[in-house]
Design a binder for this molecule. Structure first.
Ligand code: CTP
Ligand code: CA
Length: 226
């Protein structure tokens, strides 16, 4: 196995990546979802693996297939994703690329909602756990490097910087997911890396190139912290 993993700047490291959307059931046949393809998360997992890391890839129902050579843990809902992430720890670095649904449907049952003439069902939403915030806030077992994404449609850098502080993560990759950027579901990404000590605006590039750049940064960071 070690030989097939090869060696690279992340050899001997364990990297956790979350990816894809989550699906939150309304009833057994319907769900709430979002437009995440899982492409950026898959690219990050693939790049980390290529750099020699052992990779735990916790993915919601993405449209893009998972990369080979990583441990794939498939989940459906945000609650399942949190449990899978906790079970995959400890990790040297954790990258939260999933587009986790912010809410689930309260009291979603296991019988199909039936249509009744003149009646419209009312759906009540309840908050999902914030996985990134939970993991970034761990006292024991917090990954030494926790990286989040901030999908924004306005005031991108400002909102992302505030989000980094709110979540307690080390780095946040801000991206503009406004419909006219074509990033959500597209093959390119334009991100700004926001860390405690500064801001780096990366040029728009393929999601694979963005992933390699992030993995290089992670490897360099882990190398300085032993
Ligand atoms: N995230 C998470 N669990 C959630 C929601 C978000 O782990 N329940 C993670 C995402 O994977 C991402 C980061 O938190 O790395 C930011 O997600 P985002 O949706 O941009 O932030 P929110 O705090 O949910 O705020 P909002 O959607 O209102 O912008
Ligand atoms: Ca959100």
């Amino acid at each position: 196995i070690e030989a097939r993993l090869g060696s690279g700047p992340l050899t001997g490291r364990h990297v956790l990546v979350t990816s894809g959307p989550t699906h939150e059931p309304i009833d057994p046949v319907r769900y709430i979802a979002n437009r995440s393809s899982g492409a950026q998360g898959a690219a990050i997992a693939s790049a980390a693996r290529a750099a020699g890391a052992r990779v735990s890839f916790v993915t919601g129902p993405a449209t893009v297939p998972p990369p080979t050579g990583v441990d794939v843990i498939r989940v459906e809902t945000a609650a399942e994703m949190l449990r899978a992430v906790e079970a995959a720890l400890p990790a040297d670095a954790a990258v939260f690329a999933a587009a986790v649904a912010d809410w689930h449907v309260e009291g979603a049952g296991d019988t199909k909602m039936k249509k009744r003439p003149g009646e419209v069902p009312q759906i009540r939403l309840a908050e999902n756990p914030d996985i990134l915030r939970r993991i970034a806030g761990l006292d024991a077992g917090r990954p030494p490097l926790v990286v989040g994404f901030a999908a924004e449609t306005e005031n991108v850098e400002e909102n992302a910087a505030a989000k980094r502080l709110r979540k307690g993560c080390d780095w946040i990759l801000a991206n503009d997911v406004s419909a006219d950027t074509g990033i959500m579901g597209g093959s390119e990404n334009a991100v700004t890396l926001i860390a405690q000590d500064g801001v780096e605006r990366w040029p728009r590039a393929g999601k694979d190139a963005v992933a390699r750049r992030l993995v290089d940064r992670i490897a360099a960071h882990l190398a300085t912290t032993a």
